[in-house]
Design a protein around this ligand. Structure first.
Ligand code: ZN
Length: 89
C-alpha cells in the first residue's frame, strides 16, 4: 500500500495517515491545514528514508560523531560524510 496522493509512492504512515491512505509526509501536510503538495524528491524507493528529519536526530549524530573522534560543531550543518557514516552503522 502506498500513499494515495497522485505521484507519491511513499509507504503509508503508521498513524493517522494510514487510515486516510496517506504517507506520513502528506498526512503531516494535511494536519497542518495546507494543501497537499508533491513532496521533494527523495532517496529511491526501498532505501532507508535517510533524509527524514527528526527532532533530536542531529544531536544524536553529533554525539555519535564526537564518540568517533570527529570534530563537529554543536550548531550548523553536519558534514554529510559523518551523517552517512552514522546511518551506515
Ligand atoms: Zn504521500
Amino acid at each position: 500500500m502506498t500513499c494515495s496522493f497522485e505521484g507519491c509512492d511513499n509507504a503509508l504512515g503508521n498513524k493517522g495517515g494510514k487510515g486516510m491512505g496517506l504517507c506520513v509526509s502528506h498526512y503531516v501536510q494535511l494536519r497542518r491545514g495546507g494543501e497537499l503538495k508533491p513532496l521533494a524528491k527523495r532517496a529511491p524507493k526501498g532505501s532507508p528514508d535517510a533524509r527524514t528529519y527528526k527532532p533530536g536526530r542531529s544531536a544524536a549524530i553529533r554525539a555519535w560523531a564526537r564518540d568517533q573522534g570527529y570534530d563537529v560543531s554543536p550548531r550548523g550543518p553536519i558534514p554529510e560524510h559523518i551523517e552517512l557514516e552514522y546511518m551506515a552503522q
